[in-house]
Design a protein around this ligand. Structure first.
Ligand code: SF4
Length: 411
């Protein structure tokens, strides 16, 4: 989102007309890529005069597939899209452009400061890019390169600028957020190694006005004690954690090339709950990974209950060309679809039960719209009377349905 916002601001500064549409593609699944191509064709059919610029991971990995589309006017890869010159149409020398690209690739410190996000009450702060791991199903390391951390002083400066602009809630994002700090220079590390826990502690200490801090996905194999210590000590770190679990079966996790097992996930969930009993847990789960049997799938299904997961992102497995998983024996697509539907049903039930339990409680809600916002534990709350977007209000929860809470603002 930070990148999308940055591109929006570059495009505005370059006075790109409303007749230009930027399509930021995703390469996580074949389906996401197919949908991007479909969206491009649909956009052009609906507005033949529009100029289409394509960027993002799918365009980075296979630019030729997008340049070959007659609907597409320009393709920018993941480093080119972060260079203002590419949007301004500046005639900078190609060696200069190459140097800027190299700087951006080597370290995400070159990212400029954002003044604000359009139509959002929550600010997204990218603090880490790329990944050093090689999960057998994933193409992200090819598209985003190795792990690079944004120096902490820059993160603090960006957060301070956004807090001064009125943002109350921040989300630290990264491809592999728990790898934050590993590549920082001795100068940036100062007295001791930096991890995401130390970064969180520093942000909460140094950014006035920061009221709510969230973290994007965490790798269960890399959660450090320092993060748990600050999670216990400072309630501004919100009680909602999203774990990159992917599967609940040890053999599948091994074939995925993950660095955690089923027992590790259960242990992490218990630890988080011991530290903050009010925490809600989310997870990414892949269904129908090659060789997954019914019994292996059942291990994933049961993990939802064992760990009390309520916010699930479920991905039916989709083989990415060039990955090791694409060469493994596939599960029939009808079976993948059926398992995804069963897991979705379990996830929906888990969320609905949890929402029902919250009726009668009081929640602090950050309003994103006059009648809608999120609680501290990231539950959607709908209000009978309007409040001001951007404000944090106390809400009595009066009812719930399967997907949302409903309530009234307390005086
Ligand atoms: S850790 Fe995440 S980004 Fe890195 S290879 Fe694995 S799935 Fe991809």
């Amino acid at each position: 989102m930070f990148e999308s916002e940055l591109m929006r601001q570059y495009a505005t500064a370059a006075s790109l007309s409303e007749a230009t549409i930027i399509v930021n593609t995703c390469a996580v699944t074949n389906e996401a890529e197919r949908q991007a191509r479909q969206a491009i064709r649909r956009l052009k059919r609906a507005q033949p005069e529009v100029r289409i610029i394509v960027t993002g991971c799918a365009a980075h990995l296979q630019p030729e597939r997008f340049t070959a589309m007659p609907e597409v006017d320009m393709v920018l890869d993941n480093t080119e899209k972060l260079l203002a010159a590419n949007w301004m149409g500046d005639k900078i020398r190609s060696d200069q452009r190459e140097k800027q690209k190299k700087d951006l690739y080597n370290c995400c410190s070159a990212e400029p400061l954002l003044a604000a996000f359009t139509e959002r009450t929550r600010a997204f702060l990218p603090v880490q890019q790329g990944c050093n791991h090689h999960c057998t199903f994933c193409t992200i390391p090819f598209a985003r390169g190795p792990s690079r951390s944004r120096p902490p002083t820059q993160v603090v400066a960006q957060a301070s600028a956004l807090a001064a602009a009125g943002y109350r809630e921040f989300v630290l994002t990264g491809i592999d957020l728990t790898a934050y700090g590993l590549d920082l220079s001795v100068e940036d590390q100062q007295t001791r190694p930096y991890g995401v826990g130390r970064l969180v502690e520093r942000l909460l200490r140094e950014v006035p006005g920061l009221e709510r801090l969230r973290l994007s996905s965490l790798d269960p194999a890399e959660i450090e004690e320092e993060l748990l210590t600050i999670f216990l000590a400072d309630r501004r770190l919100m009680p909602h954690m999203h774990l990159s679990i992917q599967a609940g079966d040890d053999m599948i996790l091994k074939r995925m090339g993950r660095r955690h097992g089923r027992a590790d996930v259960i242990h992490v969930a218990r630890r988080l709950r011991t530290v903050r009993p009010d925490v809600t847990l989310g997870a990414d789960l892949i269904v129908g990974f090659p060789t997954e049997t019914e019994e292996m799938f059942a291990h994933t299904l049961h993990l939802v209950e064992e760990c009390g997961l309520t916010h699930l992102h479920i991905f039916p497995f989709s083989a990415r060309p060039g990955t090791a998983a694409a060469r493994m024996p596939a599960v029939a697509s009808a079976v993948v679809r059926e398992r995804a539907a069963r897991l979705r049903a379990v996830a929906a039930e888990s969320l609905a039960c949890f929402l029902a339990c919250r009726v009668g409680s009081v929640a602090n809600v950050l309003l994103e719209k006059p009648h809608f916002g999120y609680s501290e534990d990231y539950l959607p709350v709908r209000l009978s009377f309007a409040g001001r977007p951007g404000k944090i209000v106390r809400v009595r929860i009066t009812t719930a349905n399967k997907t949302s809470l409903y309530g009234e603002i307390l005086p």
